[in-house]
Design a protein around this ligand. Sequence first.
Ligand SMILES: Cc1cc2nc3c(=O)[nH]c(=O)nc-3n(C[C@H](O)[C@H](O)[C@H](O)COP(=O)(O)O)c2cc1C
Length: 185
Amino acid sequence: MDLFDTVYQRQSIGKVKPDPVPQHIIEQLLSAAVQAPNHHRVRPWRFIVLSGAARQRLGDVMAESKRLSAPETPDAVLDVERSRPLRSPVIIAIGVDKPSEPKVLEVENICAAAAAAENLLLAATDLGLGAMWRTGPAALDPRVKEFLGLAPDQHLIGFIYMGYPEGEHIRQDRPGFADRTTWLD
Ligand SMILES: Cc1cc2nc3c(=O)[nH]c(=O)nc-3n(C[C@H](O)[C@H](O)[C@H](O)COP(=O)(O)O)c2cc1C
């Protein structure tokens, strides 16, 4: 697919089939992700690929964390929380390294990881996958970070849910750039 076609075709697709995504396809996506620019070549991104029972374990951590922070939460609500990661056969969580040298800024590392995430979304679109970047309270949760092997002060910029699209997805037109652009000459 032409690059511009892929960019214009990308959209968040949350409804995907449970069919597994082959390992070599996931590796293709990760390889595309790491082509992103990153200041000082620190490669600040961390990818945690969750499939199968790992999604259940993530859901258990999310539900338990909700219960601990709000003990009055009804079981039905906890069950919804627990089942969230089962919405797609694969989830790629993206963490960001904290800068370890003064010349590297935290915001730059976050930007680099976000660029990697967008590469991943575009590559997924190109390969016919449906993908959706999700965050929510889980992305800020220290227990979730610990489960994923991230430190509490590491940013978890999102979970890329993905799988083969279920049903038709009509892409909505996006607002243009004119009202967000200043031209200086
Ligand atoms: C950093 C980030 C976090 C997001 N978190 C969520 C989320 O938690 N839940 C959700 O439904 N969509 C989430 N999205 C997806 C956006 O809602 C979506 O990109 C937006 O509605 C535009 O739609 P499009 O992706 O089809 O262009 C997130 C997107 C970004 C970039």
